[in-house]
Design a protein around this ligand. Structure first.
Ligand SMILES: Cc1ncc(COP(=O)(O)O)c(C=O)c1O
Length: 394
């Protein structure tokens, strides 16, 4: 039998993440110490009280069945968390849906809401599942360039009217991955008006809602008047509580959109393991001490990394949020070439920017998923590398 991938799967770009992982493993096999700053999986553990809850509930042998849409307590906990952290009121019964990680919802949303040929506005650069989700659904991607000179915000007025007439969804993410920029209320209000005017559902990915630095405000899209009429917001416990491997997240907001996604999901999965849901409830209803400590630790990592890179002569923008630095690479390099040379020559693994779209070319994404000492060592290695390859940089 000669099996070939479907046209849809073929359309999904080969994973650069896999290429980076392969390259990294080759370097390790050759005896090199590689500082892995590629994948955005937190190296911090979850809070101990969350782990305790998980262990305790896992010993209850009556809780190993399907959980379907989840326990009502989880929705209550999300509603509580949103009120505490972002002063947003949510009806836990109709405006919250549990997901197997926000990726689950992001991956299935387009199929639930669009028909083949419908347009979706997608940020470029953007987190890869946005594009993949539209491809799975047979939709058409209309990229919205995110440029530094526009504060990494899409120029909504420049999108042609004939495209807007065919557009069903618009995806945005502040702070996002790989672009770590924040948005203010004025931008979100503009988005709400734009969505109302053109009858478009706004999808805001808020996965990094608790990694916002320098005392900047944490603005949920849902906090903007009118947002629930036109939008939904994805969030997750992966980065907020270091539960990435637990696979639990949620979507909040527009009731109709949530109902449609829930109905679609009822065909494809049977819910999250009960102990994980209970652990998530414990996390979401805890006080903010853990979150305050954690954001300071990431902020410190960012400062160490940026200072180290600056010393090496590589000026990169200071991330206002997230666990990433989105770094414009020195002139003369292509993103992949630079990222692969960093693995081979410096023993530092990062992701080439073109993994996130055409406009990611010229950048690399550095994940701050190692302790400060390793980040400092990484910048020293990069320093040496840049000196050695300065001819190339010119
Ligand atoms: C911007 C963004 N959204 C969503 C996700 C998916 O996270 P999860 O499925 O673990 O909630 C990620 C994961 O890295 C992400 O970076």
């Amino acid at each position: 039998m000669n099996l070939v991938a479907s046209e849809k799967v073929k359309k999904m770009s080969a994973s650069i993440f896999q290429e980076v992982a392969n390259r990294k493993h080759e370097a390790i096999k050759a005896g090199k110490d590689v500082i892995d700053l590629s994948v955005g999986s937190p190296d911090f553990p979850p809070p101990p009280f969350v782990v305790d809850t998980l262990i305790e509930c896992a010993s209850d042998l009556s809780k190993y069945g399907y959980t379907l849409t989840g326990i009502p307590e989880f929705n209550d906990a999300v509603s509580y968390f949103y009120k505490q952290r972002y002063t947003v009121d949510l009806n836990p019964r109709s405006e919250v849906l549990q997901l197997m990680g926000s990726q689950d919802g992001l991956a299935h949303l387009a199929t639930a809401l669009i028909n083949p040929g419908d347009y979706v506005l997608v940020p470029d650069p953007g987190y890869p599942i946005y594009e993949a989700s539209v491809n799975i659904a047979g939709g058409v991607i209309y990229p919205m360039p995110l440029l530094a000179e526009n504060k990494f915000q899409p120029m909504l007025d420049e999108i042609p009217v004939d495209i807007l007439e065919k557009t069903k969804l618009m995806i945005i993410s502040y702070p996002g991955n790989p672009v770590t920029a924040l948005a203010d209320e004025v931008f979100f209000e503009k988005v709400v008006n734009f969505a109302k005017c053109h009858d478009i559902l706004v999808v805001h990915d808020f996965a990094y809602s608790e990694l916002i630095f320098d005392g900047n405000p944490q603005i949920s899209f849902m906090s903007v008047p009118g947002a629930k009429e036109v939008g939904i917001e994805f969030n997750s416990l992966s980065k907020t509580f270091n539960m990435a491997g637990c696979r639990i997240g949620y979507v909040v907001g527009n009731e109709q959109a949530i109902n449609i996604l829930a109905s679609f999901k009822s065909h494809i999965d049977y819910g999250v393991f009960y102990p994980i849901q209970k652990a998530a409830v414990r996390a979401l209803t805890s006080d903010s001490t853990f979150l305050q400590t954690q954001v300071k630790e990431y902020e410190y990592r960012r400062d160490v990394l940026i200072a180290g890179l600056e010393k090496s002569g590589w000026q990169v923008a200071k991330s206002p949020a997230t666990m990433f630095v989105w770094a414009r690479i020195p002139a003369g390099w292509k993103s992949r070439e630079f990222a692969f040379a960093l693995i081979d020559q410096a023993g530092v693994a990062v992701i080439p920017g073109d993994a996130f779209g055409e406009l990611g070319e010229g950048y690399v994404r550095i994940a701050m998923v190692q302790p400060p000492e390793r980040l400092s060592l990484a910048s020293e290695r990069i320093h040496k590398f840049l000196i050695e390859y300065s001819g190339k940089i010119m």
